[in-house]
Write a new protein. Structure first.
Length: 77
């Protein structure tokens, strides 16, 4: 099984490497009055990780809301 995981890691790494080499062109990212020129591949990777971070936070928040709504109410003491 480790051999299969190793092959998958090598294949995914090769695809990412080829993607990076083919997308070295710079793009301009603008937000409000701020602008930055970065390679397209780096921009995509940063956006991907930001999406993972915000998506994971949102899922955790929704799970906590669900747990809170299904919990028995506390009795006043």
């Amino acid at each position: 099984m480790r051999f299969i995981y190793l092959i998958l890691i090598i294949l995914i790494s090769a695809v990412i490497f080829v993607f990076t080499l083919q997308n070295l062109g710079a793009i301009t990212v603008s937000f409000l009055h701020w602008q930055m020129r970065t390679p397209l591949s780096i921009t995509i990777v940063v956006i991907y990780f930001l999406g993972m971070l915000t998506g994971g936070s949102l899922v955790s928040l929704i799970k906590s809301w669900i747990r809170g709504s299904t919990r028995e109410p506390r009795s006043p003491t």
